[in-house]
Ligand binder design. Structure first.
Ligand SMILES: Nc1nc2c(c(=O)[nH]1)N[C@H]1C(S)=C(S)[C@@H](COP(=O)(O)OP(=O)(O)OC[C@H]3O[C@@H](n4cnc5c(=O)[nH]c(N)nc54)[C@H](O)[C@@H]3O)O[C@H]1N2
Ligand SMILES: Nc1nc2c(c(=O)[nH]1)N[C@H]1C(S)=C(S)[C@@H](COP(=O)(O)OP(=O)(O)OC[C@H]3O[C@@H](n4cnc5c(=O)[nH]c(N)nc54)[C@H](O)[C@@H]3O)O[C@H]1N2
Ligand code: SF4
Ligand SMILES: [Mo]
Length: 754
């Protein structure tokens, strides 16, 4: 039974938890008011990036969070956290939290508070009305990689099996869709093979378009712990913080990665640095790939990428001579017009040199958001729940059986991708949109068009922690959501480790967990009966376990949340048959490890150690295509190439959370800054601190000039955390993953006269 609304509002999604009781005297805190006195502590996985650091949250006697500190015993972060982790509780107390549902009066009226009953009635009446007039597939949702796995699974199941919808996607399309597709095509399943110990176990780490010093700072700390004197290679047009710490920086021309990677493969082949035995035993398609590589001569590579032949040769030598070579890619590799083939070019390098399946090796995609990996398995958008296939009748039968549903409710085809959903709104085919924990009016590419499209909707619902996001401001209905810290569930990090988030604070006003909101919508819609077994997040977890059974991601061996928490997180796969292997946490009686990695005690779950991949023949595939020119080249009118990305470790995406912390705001610029090379600044008569207009064919933004040689001449860089940035970007997409190419478009710069 789903608890009645009053009960949900009162309890705000269940009791709070503590796993260790402390005594205030331990802290010498006798004089502190009771509500600030630590009485217990619990651990929760951080809700920002995909690293998955564990945070110890200190609670008062009422079970409410007072403050936090990083978990010293957790095998991921070993006592460390970045500024966002330390400040994770602060955004919960922000004054602009959405505390009641808000409904717009008419199309042009203001948003005004309404009861949950009214909000739910409006939600169902409006969406059902649209479906009645325009067909079942005229409504869609866009969700996120930042809610719990049980929540995203319930959302996908409710929408597709209960509400009769088809088209749904999430911000992981902006972020990770490419690695999902690339791994699936090359290795047979979306399976990043690595474990974080590989950062310490590698002899050469090659980062391609990744800036972990800023975007994954605690992973970078693990690199620093490497005692094998590794080569650290950074392939990035900018001299980033990570590139400055590298032993080799390859400053290639933006979006020339594919030519560069094929050139590297060509050279390795030429030098005989390929593992013939491994290729013969475990892969298919190498002969044709080798023939394809013939054209990618070092001189061509130097011409097309700007990378000197000597640099290419040095990198080839590193790969050929080092025993354990690992390749690390992040969403940037995925944000290009030829993203999938670029990611696969990296996978090809690992396969042809046999650098996969051993410690310190692998073609390793670092994901972005705290639960992007959960969304890749349970978003129910591109793949059916649990990495199953919508088109496969046996898969539909299996999922229906576990969920106690009739298989006929499961659609047989996947949904439109994000950009296709927006195109369908533009055409009038989709008329109702439900946005959960993402802000397309900031983060989607080419905002001028995105905003025009959102304005065409008959009904826009936004479910968010804050009523002030760029998307919430234009919504017809805002549903107030509890955030990280106010609810429970599972997140999966970049190394496939499941971790638990805990409820340590009450959501403000009438805000409810996304899980509870989906339950209420199911009831209001009239399909609550279908989701009776999803009573609580933990009950839902048991269903998802069953769905995963027999899949490459099988985690049926995990008992429950306590099992995960007590094990320091558990990496998939963990089939029931391998349950004895979960000893991946130090025994409680051992001393905390400080900052050293408790390597020997950790049972790491690295994939492919037996050389068997997930295709039915067990072999990985070599996949490739001819490189294509970038869609929008600089020209006389728009002479600069714009790159975008993360600005600082204190800023998170649209800033809806991080901007609420005074500490984090102090650690990053409050105004948009543009990085420009000194030669270009001189030509434009710009000095540092000047206000600059940046114009593209689609829009303009104003930024403060930062003159620095970390960017190359002819290129400028903007952090993506400011709403104006995507007014400039050019909407090009990778044809396989349909991921947007955020990191290349042509712009012009001019000084704003004071
Ligand atoms: N502090 C902070 N951390 C975050 C996030 C955040 O918002 N703030 N977001 C998280 C998320 S969701 C994601 S997806 C990740 C992103 O993590 P990253 O991908 O590491 O971060 P970005 O800064 O977007 O891009 C990385 C680099 O790509 C380079 N680049 C641009 N064009 C090219 C090119 O053509 N070739 C190559 N080789 N490099 C190029 C840029 O110069 C930039 O330095 O970060 C996660 N971590
Ligand atoms: N130009 C440019 N644009 C980019 C990128 C780039 O590099 N360059 N990067 C892209 C990438 S990789 C990404 S991932 C996207 C990110 O873009 P978005 O997903 O739009 O950014 P966020 O700020 O993370 O949005 C998350 C929203 O969810 C809300 N929220 C947080 N927790 C909860 C919760 O538990 N429940 C609910 N209901 N809401 C919650 C937050 O308040 C926030 O409004 O941006 C993309 N856009
Ligand atoms: S590195 Fe990522 S997971 Fe760790 S504390 Fe920072 S934001 Fe949280
Ligand atoms: Mo992302």
């Amino acid at each position: 039974m789903i608890p009645p609304l009053e009960e949900l509002l009162h309890a705000r999604t269940g009791p709070m938890t503590a796993d260790m009781v402390l005594h205030p005297a331990d802290f010498g805190l006798g004089h502190v008011p009771a509500r600030l006195r630590p009485a217990a502590t619990t651990s929760s996985i951080c809700g920002f990036c995909s690293t998955g650091c564990s945070l110890k949250i200190h609670l008062n006697a009422a079970g409410e969070a007072i403050n936090l500190s990083p978990d010293r015993d957790h095998p991921v972060n070993l006592g460390m956290a970045c500024p966002k982790g330390w400040e994770a509780l602060t955004p919960l107390a922000a004054p602009d939290r959405a505390t009641t549902p808000l409904l717009r009066a008419g199309k042009s009226g203001a948003l005004a508070p309404v009861s949950w009953e009214r909000a739910l009635a409006e939600f169902t009446a409006r969406f059902k009305g649209i479906q009645r007039d325009h067909g079942p597939h005229s409504i869609a949702f866009l969700s996120t990689g930042q809610i719990a796995m049980e929540e995203m699974a319930l959302l996908g199941a409710l929408f597709k099996f209960g509400m009769g919808g088809l088209h749904c996607d999430s911000n992981t399309r902006q972020c990770m869709a490419t690695s999902h597709v690339a791994y699936k095509q090359s290795l047979g399943f979306d399976a990043p093979p690595f474990t974080y110990a590989d950062f310490e176990e590698s002899d050469a780490l090659i980062f391609i378009g990744a800036n972990p010093c800023i975007a994954h700072p605690i992973m970078w700390q693990r690199v620093i712990m490497n005692r094998r004197s590794p080569e650290i290679v950074v392939v990035d047009p900018r001299l980033t913080e990570t590139a400055q710490a590298a032993t080799l920086h390859v400053a290639l021309r933006p979006k020339s990665d594919l030519v560069f990677l094929y050139g590297l493969a060509h050279l390795l082949l030429d030098r005989g640095a390929v593992k013939k035995d491994f290729i013969a035993a475990h892969t298919s398609g190498f002969e044709a790939f080798a023939a394809f590589l013939a054209d990618f001569t070092p001189s061509r590579v130097a011409r097309e990428t700007g990378v000197p032949e000597a640099t290419l040769a040095r990198l080839a030598l590193i790969i050929a001579t080092r025993e354990r070579v690992s390749f690390w890619l992040t969403p940037i590799v995925h944000q290009s017009h030829e993203a999938t083939r670029t990611a696969q070019a990296i996978i090809n390098l690992a396969l042809m040199t046999g650098h996969i399946g051993r410690p310190g090796t692998g073609a390793n995609s670092i994901t972005g958001q705290c639960n992007a990996m959960g969304s890749r398995l349970f978003g129910n958008a591109t793949s059916l729940l649990g990495g199953h296939d919508f088109a496969n009748p046996a898969h539909r039968e299996k999922v229906a059986r576990v969920l106690g549903l009739d298989a006929a409710v499961i659609p047989q085809k996947p949904s439109y991708a994000y950009d296709q959903i927006l195109d369908a709104i533009d055409r009038g085919e989709i008329r109702g949109l439900w946005v959960i924990a993402t802000s397309p009016a900031h983060s989607w590419i080419n905002q001028t068009r995105a905003k025009e499209i959102l304005a065409k909707l008959d009904f826009l619902v936004v479910q968010d922690m804050y009523a002030t996001t760029d998307t919430a401001r234009v919504a017809d209905l805002v549903l107030p959501a509890a955030g990280w810290g106010e609810k429970e569930g599972v997140l999966i990090n970049s190394e496939r480790r499941l971790g638990v988030i805990r409820k340590v604070a009450r959501a403000p006003g009438q805000a409810l967990s996304d899980f509870a909101i989906f339950q209420l919508i199911a009831e209001a819609w009239g399909c609550g009966e279908m989701f009776r077994a999803w009573r609580t997040p933990e009950a839902a977890f048991q269903l998802l376990k069953e769905i995963s059974r027999g899949q490459p991601c099988d985690f049926s061996g995990i008992r429950d949340y306590e099992h995960i928490a007590a094990s320091g997180g558990i990496q998939w796969p963990l089939p029931e048959t391998r349950i004895a292997e979960t000893g991946n946490r130090k025994e409680p009686d051992q001393k905390p490890s400080g900052i050293r990695s408790p390597k020997s005690e950790i049972k790491e779950r690295r994939l492919f150690s037996d050389g068997r991949f997930f295709h039915s023949d067990g072999r990985a595939r070599f996949l490739y295509d001819a490189p294509r020119p970038i869609p929008e080249h600089p020209d006389a009118e728009f002479p600069f190439l714009l790159l975008t990305g993360r600005g600082s470790s204190a800023q998170w995406h649209t800033g809806s959370r991080t901007d609420k912390s005074a500490v984090l705001r102090k650690l990053a610029p409050t105004d948009l800054t543009v990085e420009i090379h000194p030669d270009d600044a001189e030509r434009l008569a710009l000095t540092a601190g000047d206000r600059v207009t940046i114009r593209s064919r689609r829009g303009e933004a104003v930024a403060i000039a930062v003159v620095t040689s970390t960017v190359q001449p002819g290129q400028v860089f903007l952090p993506m955390h400011f709403e104006t940035v995507n007014r400039l970007t050019f909407a090009a997409f990778d044809p396989h993953s349909r991921q947007p190419s955020y990191k290349a478009c042509a712009v012009a710069l001019a000084r704003v006269e004071p």
